[in-house]
Design a protein around this ligand. Sequence first.
Ligand code: ADP
Ligand code: MG
Length: 584
Amino acid sequence: MGTNEAPVIAAAGDAQTTEMIDGFHLVIEALKLNGLNTIYGLPGIPITDLTRKAQAANMRMIAFRHEQNAGYAASIAGFVTKQPGICLTVSAPGFLNGLNALAHATVNCFPMILISGSSEREIVDLQQGDYEEMDQLAVAKPVAKAAFRVLHAEDIGVGIARAIRAAVSGRPGGVYLDLPAKLFAQSMPAAAGRASLIKVVDPAPAQIPAPDAIARAMDLLKSAKKPLILLGKGAAYAQCDADIRELVEKTGIPYLPMSMAKGLLPDTHEQCASAARSYVLPEADVVVLIGARLNWLLSHGKGKTWGGKGHKDWGGQKFIQIDISPQEADSNVRIDAPLVGDIGSCVSALLAGMKSGWTKPSAEWIGAINDKKTKNVAKMAETLAKDPSPMNFHSALNVVRDIVKANPDAMLVNEGANALDFTRSIVDLYKPRKRIDVGTWGIMGVGMGYCVAAAVETGGQVIAIEGDSAFGFSGMEVETICRYNLPVCIVIMNNNGVYKGTDVDPTGRDPAPTVFVKGARYDKLMEAFGGVGVHATTPAELRKAMEEAIRSKKPTLINAVIDETAGTESGRITSLNPSAAKKN
Ligand code: ADP
Ligand code: MG
């Protein structure tokens, strides 16, 4: 079957030839009709021709080396664009590889649709042993926000419409769409087929908060002596950047961004309290959560972080929580003023509520925060100014910090343990949705998939700061980055292992489980596919290589050699590590 085959086939035998359309083209047309023009995936039975025909139909078809990376790409495309990212895989094993990313999308509230080809229902359901036999719909359900299967060509339009709505409406999430092999070959009269497609009207409708909920929140906020705003990645996703900025600036309330909300307002903003985080969390009396959950990343809103005496105690803060999911409130501690609605609508309602009068927070509260900030910033500046040999995380990230400042439109991908923690606290972001990282699960493996999607969706420069371990999960996709010639500059913080490179096997037989080949040259991997590889052992070499990568826009991988004794066990989440926690 040729790749440039005409999109319609003629039914033989009719006196008047009826124009026909097959399942492949109905899927493609349904996606395009809804403005979904990019597919991240990997060809194979039964969807190889779907990838070819999608490309022939002028869709962007980005083919990966492993479905998990294609899935992560689709998930983050959803976060960046507010439209469902599409991942396309083959049946059973390819589907399972993509499933990890589908679960990730659901957990992180990213809109994504995983479309997988599947084997024949008749054989699968009788368990007669088909090629790649698996009841994929049943397997996907527990980790998906919704899951659908389409059996008839005339239902493709409905299937895709339902998948889109489920992915983007309310709390966004991952949706599974099961398309059995036979469906693609089905054909129907083209006019009826096209008429069956649905262009989804208002897929993510505004959800307006109730006036009494706004009044309750305003009353509580006005009573605060030490208010704090906490911005989560839901706030970044909502794309109401100007309103959020106005709320922060008009109220004068200090704010803390969660990692993927960094840059929603520039991290250098005078009201940004990041450098005084451990001071403001326990001190604040009223906290406004905007698109941030009180999960483990926020110590569940209680314990020492929040000023509670013992680990179980709650610090006594009162919370206002803006979230689109009505079930989110009270999930960890009492939410005194839940505001259910989309963030754009809630924030503008709060802004309107301020018109009846507003007093900015006291000079005492702001002054105390600024004092802490000044001290901590000075301490950090001292650490960053050091130039040890070999490089450590700080001296390398001091360079990255400058480069990101000079290139505020670049997307910053970040994963690892120490490479993640240090980058998050050292590298400032200046614009919304520019930082994409390990997210709610704190997982490794998102790196190269995120790089590809960030470059494809924004058309601009991507900078990835990767731990050497984290990079290993998706490293083969540097071939994909080279193949599509994407402007991606990967910096590997190479400290010879997981956390550190210094562990040894006490029996002397094998390498320790946390160490890698010493002095590995990841830069050679990039050179193998025609990209630029650089081996950097000093901050000056790193700076030169990053500047050149951004100037040339060439796929570049910089192997930044970091002191193998630098780094701590589990980075900043040592307390979650059972053996380390015992010692505490
Ligand atoms: P972070 O990890 O940055 O704290 P979370 O993923 O924990 O962020 O929280 C994001 C929250 O944002 C979720 O509870 C989700 O329901 C909510 N959310 C996502 N999009 C919107 C939106 N458009 N309007 C309101 N809430 C949203
Ligand atoms: Mg969170």
